[in-house]
Design a protein. Structure first.
Length: 255
């Protein structure tokens, strides 16, 4: 470790962004045979805390980036971390050094660590560091080019501010928020039927109507859902969504 230095950063410039978000991430994906390592850097970290947003390691003997621990603020006392070490520097205790330094700065925080469900070594490290299983999240996708919908007249929708509002007669029974993430891809989120209107089939009909509208403009629809939410998973599969990848979340309480 004598040639390895760890630097704390409180903001991220383009050079750092490219090294961490592109170069290190791609090297790790290629080596591990995984194309979906979790990957993020917080752009406006200073809005949430004055603590470091990136712990960056460098081999000073060669000037080679070694790896990093990046953070994403989920709340006032909750943070999500992303830890990647380049293949040639693994098994030297560098990941542990990064994690320990992070822990010293974030006492009292709840830490979430996302790991690709295909990444067996990442899951092993999470458990070795003392993380506990929290949940598994699926990314599901639907090809809208092949989507067809026959109206039952049970639900009508109105679209405003990237949100579909579902109506049964004149009652607003639910909502589905949307976000364009690529030219032909729409992400659905915060999908809900209000409590007093559940059990009448409105959820299925609302989504059918939403997908029918989206199919006029977009080629694909995606959404994220917890594996533990069996009812929602079954509904999305019934509508034609397929799981394209899964991410397991582990939790750690910093004392």
């Amino acid at each position: 470790m004598k040639d390895i230095v760890i630097k704390k950063f409180y903001e991220i410039d383009k050079k750092l962004f490219d090294i961490c978000y592109h170069e290190t991430w791609q090297l790790c994906c290629d080596f591990d045979g995984i194309n979906d390592h979790p990957n993020f850097l917080e752009d406006d970290f200073s809005l949430y805390t004055d603590k470091p947003c990136l712990y960056y390691t460098l081999d000073v003997s060669t000037g080679t980036p070694v790896g990093h621990l990046a953070l994403y603020m989920e709340g006032d006392d909750t943070v999500e971390i992303n830890l990647l070490i380049r293949p040639q520097y693994r098994n030297r205790g560098i990941a542990r050094e990064l994690f320990n330094l992070f822990l010293s700065d974030y006492k009292g925080y709840t830490v979430s660590l996302p790991v690709s469900s295909k990444n067996k070594s990442g899951i092993k490290i999470a458990k070795h560091f003392g993380f506990e299983y929290d949940s598994t999240e699926h990314l599901m996708e639907l090809n809208l080019d092949d989507y067809s919908y026959i109206s039952t007249s049970k639900i009508t929708t109105k679209y405003s501010n990237q949100t579909f509002f579902a109506y049964a007669t004149d009652m607003n029974v639910g909502v589905c928020k949307t976000e364009v993430i690529a030219k032909d891809v729409m992400c659905l989120y915060d999908i809900q039927i209000f409590a007093e209107y559940r059990g009448y089939g409105y959820g299925t009909e609302m989504l059918k109507a939403v997908l029918d509208e989206l199919s006029k403009t977009y080629s694909r629809a995606i959404l994220h859902v917890s594996k533990e939410n069996v009812i929602a998973c079954n509904l999305y599969e019934k509508l034609g969504f397929k799981i394209v990848k899964s991410c397991t979340y582990y939790s750690y309480e910093v004392k």
